[in-house]
Design a protein around this ligand. Structure first.
Ligand SMILES: Nc1ncnc2c1ncn2[C@@H]1O[C@H](COP(=O)(O)OP(=O)(O)OP(=O)(O)O)[C@@H](O)[C@H]1O
Length: 273
C-alpha cells in the first residue's frame, strides 16, 4: 500500500517546550490510523503540523509524495486533506445545512462576479451539484431531521456529527479527526465509531484519528501509534501496541518491572501531627 502521508523526523518547539521530538511515521492509503497518548503527549500538535496550523521546527511532511512542510493552511484542503477539531468549530448561528455547505467552499468554481450571472453561467448547475453532495452526506450521517436546525442549539453529540459532515463535504482523501468522540455517551460513541468505519470503507477515505477512548481505538483502528512527552514510543497493530510494556507504563499507568529498583522500599506513610 502506498503512503498517503509520511511524517519524517518532525520536531516542534514552543520556546522551551518540546511539543514533538523527531516523530516519524507513515499512514497508508486506505488505512484507519490512530494516535494515542496521555494529555500533552503531542497528538494535537501532530495534527496541527499536518493541517498547516503549525510549521514544524525540524523535519518534513509528505502528502502523496509531495512535500507539504511549508505549504500554507488553505492549500491543504485543495490537496484533499480535511480535519475536525478537538473543540467544536462550527458556525453556531447557522443551520446544519449551511455549516456543511461551508465545507465545500474550496470546491466552488464560481466566484462573486460569475455568481451574479447566476442563470447565464454554470453557477446554478454548480450549486445544484453541491446541494446533491451535501444531501448525500446528510443521509449518510443521519442528519435529515436536523438539517434546518441552528447548529448551536443541537446536543453536543450531534454537533460533533455535523462537524464531521462539514469535514466530509471537502471530499478529502485524508481526514484528520481530533478526538471525534470526546464528551459523548456510550451510544453516541458507538454511532460515531460506525460512521468513521463507514467513511473509511465506503467512502474510501484514509483516516488519521486522535482518540482517548482506548476501547474504540483498539476496536476500529488498523494501526496505532503511541506518543509520550512528544516522542513516539510504539507503533503497530492494536494488539501489539496494547501488549507493549512501554505503552502500559506510559499510557495505562502500569508499572514496568524492569524499571523498578528491587531495593527501593516504599516510603513510610506520613503521620498526621
Ligand atoms: N500553541 C502552543 N503554545 C505553547 N505550547 C503549546 C502549544 N500547543 C501545544 N503546546 C504544548 O505542547 C505540548 C503538546 O500539546 P498537545 O496539545 O499537542 O498534546 P495532546 O497530546 O494533544 O494533549 P491532549 O490530549 O491534552 O489534547 C504540551 O506541553 C502543550 O502544552
Amino acid at each position: 500500500m502506498e503512503h498517503a502521508l509520511e511524517v519524517r523526523g518532525v520536531s516542534l518547539r514552543f520556546g522551551g517546550v518540546r511539543a514533538l521530538t523527531e516523530v516519524s511515521f507513515g499512514v497508508k492509503a486506505g488505512e484507519l490510523f490512530s494516535i494515542i497518548g496521555p494529555n500533552g503527549a503531542g497528538k494535537t500538535s501532530i495534527v496541527n503540523c499536518i493541517s498547516g496550523r503549525y510549521k514544524p521546527t525540524e523535519g518534513q511532511l509528505f502528502y502523496r509524495g509531495q512535500d507539504i512542510t511549508t505549504l500554507n493552511t488553505n492549500a491543504r484542503p485543495r490537496l484533499g486533506i480535511g480535519r475536525t477539531f478537538q473543540n467544536l468549530a462550527l458556525f453556531h448561528h447557522m443551520s446544519v445545512l449551511d455549516n456543511i455547505m461551508v465545507g465545500r467552499h474550496h470546491l466552488l468554481k464560481n466566484n462573486f462576479i460569475t455568481g451574479s450571472l447566476y442563470w447565464l453561467t454554470g453557477a446554478r448547475r454548480e450549486e445544484l451539484e453541491h446541494r446533491r453532495k451535501v444531501e448525500e452526506i446528510i443521509d449518510f450521517l443521519d442528519l435529515q431531521s436536523v438539517r434546518k436546525a441552528t447548529a448551536g442549539t443541537l446536543p453536543y453529540g450531534l454537533r460533533k456529527r455535523v462537524e464531521l459532515a462539514r469535514a466530509m463535504a471537502l471530499e478529502p482523501q485524508l481526514i484528520l479527526l481530533d478526538e471525534p468522540m470526546a464528551g459523548m455517551n456510550f451510544e453516541e460513541k458507538e454511532d460515531m465509531a460506525r460512521y468513521i468505519v463507514d467513511l473509511n470503507e465506503e467512502f474510501g477515505m484514509t483516516v488519521m484519528m486522535i482518540e482517548h477512548d482506548m476501547g474504540v481505538v483498539m476496536d476500529i483502528s488498523h494501526r496505532v501509534m503511541v506518543l509520550d512527552f512528544g516522542r513516539k514510543i510504539a507503533e503497530g497493530d492494536p494488539a501489539a501496541v496494547l501488549a507493549d510494556p512501554h505503552v502500559k507504563r506510559a499510557y495505562l499507568g502500569e508499572e514496568d518491572e524492569v524499571l523498578v529498583d528491587p531495593d527501593d522500599k516504599p516510603a513510610a506513610p506520613e503521620c498526621a501531627a
